[in-house]
Ligand binder design. Structure first.
Ligand SMILES: Cc1cc2nc3c(=O)[nH]c(=O)nc-3n(C[C@H](O)[C@H](O)[C@H](O)COP(=O)(O)OP(=O)(O)OC[C@H]3O[C@@H](n4cnc5c(N)ncnc54)[C@H](O)[C@@H]3O)c2cc1C
Length: 486
């Protein structure tokens, strides 16, 4: 098959889309070849999208996936009742690539995420309703902050003081003066020490004083476009866009599985890449089991937390090496529970809870069929790392006891259905990257530069989008980079 360059690909994209739907229309012998045009490392959204775009343009592609499962951080808990998500759930209204992919592959989407319940608050071991928060003696914030719930504080500052009017401004040189820590930025805007403490409790980043605010501001112009009209929703950015977002029927993982199926046997499971050697126009890839592959180009579509364990020759250098080796990853750990009896009817408080204790959030799943019988407790950052020191059984018992201490009405009414830690996943080693303060702009630009025959995709190379859509965006970008070199 003749390969297309970038211009021909764009011109022929309608044809390419049609070809992609006809899975199996490429000769099996070509897909099975050990020597291939492009090796893609990682079968998450980014790697699979890169592989599909390249394949549609006539490239021979092999995707190497370390685990036995497709999807990476799209991970549906098929073994837990109610099939909760361990990872991605919400598909925002602006997720053009994700939505188009689902449509092309016949994967169903349905209304909204299933979590958007209001919270009650537990501070210093005392339970406070959202109605009582503003006047509570435990609310030590000042001025206008007092009226804001702990879950709304960061969003309030981000939205009120967002300097960007378009999605790309965060990558421009002028954004460099905003490359300070979340804590420092909030202090400059006059946030009170109490507000800083509350924001730090809920931040999915290793540290308020190390994570760059530039990284946080990146998604704000996009989330403005997703705002719900006339509806004020508390919580983080995913929670705020929940009422207008969609989810995949049967679980998020069904979409990357369908993407992998469309690539046929080009996707190899249980192939953990340990080494990439590049010389001239040839790349040699070695896996943990000794299997070797040879290709003209390589795409890394794995998180930085695992990319830094892969030996790369010649070595990465300069800003790129620093960014790959030093970008922190935050951990998130979950305990899933079934509700045996509606404890909230006993104390008349909102069922979901935000807390300053070892468990950050206890979130009730609100389903559209009216059921309210599932909860997930989640802890992030250092709190998650500490919980992960415990065995799954001890962690479950500890979390149940913590919840009972905060909320006596839960006693005997909850049962654990499963646990999941992103920090303990060998091929993720964390939940999400957090570009460090003072280096965010430099790292963000270094992380997308090709290194010899090696190109970089993945959520951590986001440009304009967020979450799954940014992973898809990055897969498309690397495919176009390779078109330009072919
Ligand atoms: C708890 C949680 C909630 C989230 N919620 C949302 C949400 O609601 N909406 C949203 O849009 N996004 C959400 N996200 C983000 C979203 O999941 C990610 O942006 C996206 O799935 C990342 O895709 P990726 O391809 O970049 O990486 P991954 O999905 O991490 O894929 C990387 C793949 O590489 C494989 N791999 C790793 N090492 C190797 C190796 N050495 N050799 C071969 N393969 C390897 C891994 O097994 C994995 O399959 C959430 C993420 C988490 C963790």
């Amino acid at each position: 098959m003749t390969k297309m360059n970038r211009r021909q690909f764009v011109t022929n994209s309608a044809l390419a889309t049609a070809v992609a739907v006809q899975a199996g229309s490429f000769p099996q012998a070509a897909l099975a070849a050990e020597k291939t045009d492009v090796i893609v490392i990682g079968a998450g959204f980014s790697g699979l999208n890169a592989a599909m775009v390249l394949k549609d343009a006539g490239y021979k592609v092999t995707v190497l996936e370390a685990s036995n499962r497709i999807g990476g951080r799209a991970f549906t808990a098929d073994d837990i009742e109610g099939r909760p998500e361990y990872g991605a759930n919400q598909i925002g209204p602006q997720y053009a690539r994700v939505r188009d992919m689902a449509q092309r592959l016949g994967v169903g989407l349905e209304k909204g995420a299933n979590f958007n319940a209001p919270f009650s608050f537990s501070l210093d071991g005392k339970l406070i309703s959202k109605e009582d928060w503003a006047k509570s003696g435990l609310n030590k914030t000042v001025g206008q902050e007092r009226e804001l719930l702990p879950t709304q504080l960061l969003g309030h500052y981000l939205i009120k003081h967002d300097p960007f009017t378009s999605n790309e401004q965060w990558l421009e040189a002028a954004a460099g003066n905003l490359d300070v820590s979340v804590g420092q930025w909030l202090q400059t805007l006059g946030a009170s020490p109490a507000a800083l403490r509350l924001i730090g409790q809920g931040l999915i980043a290793p540290d308020l004083w190390n994570a760059s605010i530039l990284d946080k501001l990146q998604g704000i112009p996009r989330s403005f476009m997703e705002e719900t009209e006339g509806e004020s929703v508390e919580g983080d950015s995913f929670e705020q866009s929940a009422p207008v977002s969609a989810r995949v029927v049967g679980g998020t993982q069904r979409l990357p599985e369908a993407m992998a199926a469309s690539l046929g046997d080009a996707v190899r499971r249980n192939q953990a890449v340990t080494r990439i050697d590049m010389e001239g126009t040839d790349a040699q890839i070695t896996c943990l089991d000794g299997t070797r592959y040879s290709s003209k180009f390589v795409v890394s579509a794995v998180p930085l937390s695992v990319l830094r364990r892969i030996s790369i020759y010649p070595h990465l250098v300069g800003d790129q090496r620093e960014a790959v080796m030093l970008t922190p990853y935050a951990n998130t750990t979950f305990v899933y529970m079934n509700v045996k009896q509606p404890y909230w009817e006993d104390d008349d408080m909102d069922a979901s809870m935000w807390s300053d204790g070892p468990v950050n959030v206890i979130r009730q799943a609100y389903d559209y069929d009216g059921s309210r019988d599932r909860l997930v407790a989640l802890s992030t950052g250092q709190k998650a790392n500490r919980l992960d020191q415990l065995s799954p059984k001890d962690r479950s018992e500890f979390v149940l006891k913590q919840i009972e201490a905060m909320r006596p009405s839960t006693a005997g009414k909850l049962e654990v259905s499963g646990v999941h830690s992103w920090g303990s996943q060998p091929y993720q080693a964390g939940c999400s990257s957090a570009l460090p303060a003072g280096h965010a702009l430099r790292y963000a630009n270094a992380l997308v530069k090709p290194h010899g025959l090696l190109h970089f995709a993945g959520e951590h190379t986001k440009r304009l989008e967020v979450g799954m859509e940014s992973a898809m965006e990055s897969g498309e970008r690397v495919a176009f980079e390779i078109f330009d070199r072919s």
